[in-house]
Design a protein around this ligand. Structure first.
Ligand SMILES: NC(=O)c1ccc[n+]([C@@H]2O[C@H](COP(=O)([O-])OP(=O)(O)OC[C@H]3O[C@@H](n4cnc5c(N)ncnc54)[C@H](OP(=O)(O)O)[C@@H]3O)[C@@H](O)[C@H]2O)c1
Length: 317
């Protein structure tokens, strides 16, 4: 089969496209023919060598995709054969085929296509646990999302709006700010200059920060007893934080990784059904994903790293 792979860590130049062996399906696994593969920031960190990656030669990036089951292992329910599924925590996804443990299979209801599933999957389940496990604010609390027009940002904003919260955020360009305002976000501030910060300081109960590099400013936006939900470093690692100052204002930082919340088949099912229910009720509208051929993976990595994307980037085998 064809795959996007690399043998050393580095810039997007290390990525190659070519023939690798088809995965051997174990008794408790299914073989999935990928139709769409999600490209995420974590794939960039893995390619750079700054994040955990599956030991494999060559390295194959990617943990998220959607497609159909074309083979089932001997211990797997044979009725799964032919079903459309999503997976979000399975390594070696940047390939035509991937072996998926049965417990990591998320079967898709008829109203969710494989393209929609791959567009919303990992980022949507992330937005869901950030909003419901870490933030857990009651309406009408005021909350703030950094990089609000990114993939997670857009989904998180819409979930929080549907939950009745007053949502504010930041984004770098007028086009990105307009995407957020159209979703019903109250106000969107520039994300690369902060002349607005003094006026907004102390206003928010929760700040969701997946940008990282401006974590100190996210803390400033908080009310006393507020919390920053820190979930990623799209802009770079966070600066040193003064814990004593935080204590003086009763502010907290919570962190979380999706994989610590998708701990069983039952959890994947419960959480994906909760996410899909927002789609079924029309509460989440998505911008069209930007789709690259898997063979053009290098360009896709460069595009995601450039920060130009609005919403999801997909790879298509
Ligand atoms: N914890 C978890 O389980 C989990 C799971 C999935 C993703 N994540 C994290 O969530 C974050 C967002 O992921 P995503 O898939 O939504 O990525 P994305 O669509 O690329 O969005 C990231 C946003 O970060 C902002 N940004 C990038 N570079 C910046 C910089 N130098 N300064 C300020 N802002 C910058 C950009 O917004 P502007 O251009 O508008 O500023 C961009 O829209 C990433 O950090 C990712 O690692 C965490």
């Amino acid at each position: 089969m064809q795959a996007l792979y690399f043998t050393e860590f580095g810039t997007s130049d290390v990525l190659q496209y070519g023939e690798v062996p088809l995965p051997q399906v174990q008794a408790n696994e299914v073989l999935v023919k990928n139709e769409y593969i999600g490209l995420n920031f974590a794939d960039i960190y893995r390619r750079r060598g700054t994040y955990q990656i599956e030991e494999h030669y060559p390295y194959i990036d990617g943990y998220e995709g959607a497609g159909s089951i074309v083979q089932v292992g001997s211990a797997v329910d044979p009725q799964l054969l032919g079903q459309n599924i999503l997976y979000v925590d399975v390594p070696l996804a940047n390939a035509e085929y991937v072996a998926v443990p049965e417990t990591k299979v998320i079967t898709l209801p008829a109203y969710i296509s494989t393209k929609l599933a791959a567009t919303i999957g990992l980022q949507g389940l992330t937005a869901d646990f950030l909003a419901h496990d870490l933030g857990s604010d009651q309406a009408p609390a005021q909350v703030f999302i950094t990089g609000i027009s990114g993939g997670v940002g857009q989904l998180l904003a819409q979930i929080l709006l549907a939950d009745g919260l007053q949502v504010f955020g930041s984004a770098s360009t007028a086009a990105k700010r307009s995407v957020a305002l159209k979703m019903g976000v109250r106000e969107v501030f520039p994300s690369r200059e902060f002349s607005w910060l003094p006026q907004q300081s102390g206003k928010f109960q929760t700040v969701y920060d997946g940008v990282g590099v401006n974590l100190d400013k996210s803390l400033q936006l908080l009310q006393h007893r507020g919390r920053v939900v820190f979930f990623g470093m799209a802009g770079g690692n966070p600066p040193q934080i003064d814990l004593v100052q935080m204590l003086a204002e009763s502010k907290s930082i919570l962190t979380g990784d999706l994989w610590d919340y998708l701990t069983s088949f039952a959890e994947r099912k419960r959480r994906s059904e909760r996410l899909f229910s927002y789609l079924r009720q029309g509460k989440i509208q998505l911008t069209e994903p930007k789709i690259f051929a898997l063979s053009a993976g290098k360009t896709a990595h460069q595009y995601l790293e450039s920060g130009k994307n609005i919403g999801k980037v997909l790879l298509q085998p």
